[in-house]
Design a binder for this molecule. Structure first.
Ligand SMILES: Cc1cc2nc3c(=O)[nH]c(=O)nc-3n(C[C@H](O)[C@H](O)[C@H](O)COP(=O)(O)O)c2cc1C
Length: 252
């Protein structure tokens, strides 16, 4: 009897993922599409309801004040990120037990508690962390720590793989990688939505903390999938890079 490969629980999601992965050739076509869009920018969608909305009380939440400070910044200062700042930045991704021993689950929600989002970090300019400096590292949520995996390529090479042309490097680039098998096995095609939603949740959480620290930062989606996945030592058959995000001290 021949062993059949296990049935893919979400073939359409796999196809979508492969079709939306960037290669250098696809990145060129995407850059053209982005330029076209800039010439004919449309306003964001707005349903055609009446405009006499019931106004809500002006927000007085401290979180609103923080969100007001948020904006995408692609220039970074040369001051290193502190190890304490790095710890706080990644803390929303931690397991509860890493913060309070004995507690279960994680600070962020996950469909079916499958936690498909893995976070890798390119540590480019962090003080007081010699074992991590210049390294690619995996964030271990159970221990709230970074596991150094190997040396990073020079910033110019990393920037090319990210598809960015910034004047200088950020202190840190996060890679949100999805290992979706558990979510897809449980939820089938619908689970594909979950892993992307959970990536966005992780981005929002670290962005809010970065803003609280006064850091500059920006999400990055223009990356070459294969190159950065290979940098993380991961295979496209089992893992996908969903989104990257750069953070660092604000320019002086
Ligand atoms: C999913 C996502 C992908 C993005 N990808 C990139 C990117 O590849 N490069 C970039 O410079 N900015 C990127 N951005 C930042 C947007 O350009 C930015 O959020 C938008 O222009 C609004 O500006 P603001 O963030 O300052 O409010 C991305 C944002 C999101 C949410």
């Amino acid at each position: 009897m021949t062993d059949l490969p296990p049935e893919d629980p979400a073939p359409a999601f796999r196809l979508f993922w492969d079709n939306s992965s960037l290669t250098p050739a696809r990145a060129l076509r995407l850059a053209e599409a982005i330029s076209m869009d800039a010439m004919q920018a449309a306003p964001p969608p707005r349903p055609l309801y009446g405009t006499a909305a019931q106004r809500l009380p002006a927000p007085d939440s401290p979180l609103t004040a923080l969100w007001r400070e948020r904006h995408s910044e692609r220039r970074f200062g040369a001051t290193p990120l502190t190890a304490a700042g790095l710890g706080n930045l990644l803390s929303p991704l931690a397991s509860r037990a890493a913060i309070t021993p004995g507690e279960r689950g994680r600070l962020l929600p996950s469909g079916g508690a499958k936690y498909p989002v893995l976070t890798y970090a390119a540590v480019l300019n962090v003080a007081d962390a010699p074992a991590l400096q210049g390294k690619l590292a995996w964030y271990d949520p159970e221990h709230h720590g970074l596991v150094p995996l190997g040396a990073l390529p020079p910033w110019q090479a990393l920037a090319a793989s990210l598809g960015v042309d910034w004047a200088g490097p950020p202190a840190l680039v996060l890679f949100f990688v999805v290992q979706a098998q558990g979510t897809l096995a449980k939820y089938g095609e619908r689970g594909g939505r979950f892993v992307l939603i959970e990536t966005g949740t992780a981005l929002a959480a670290v962005t809010l903390e970065a803003t609280r620290q006064g850091l500059a930062g920006v999400p990055v989606a223009s990356f070459e999938d294969g190159a950065l996945l290979a940098l993380c030592g991961l295979a496209p058959a089992t893992h996908g890079l969903a989104l990257a995000a750069a953070f660092g001290p604000a320019p002086g």
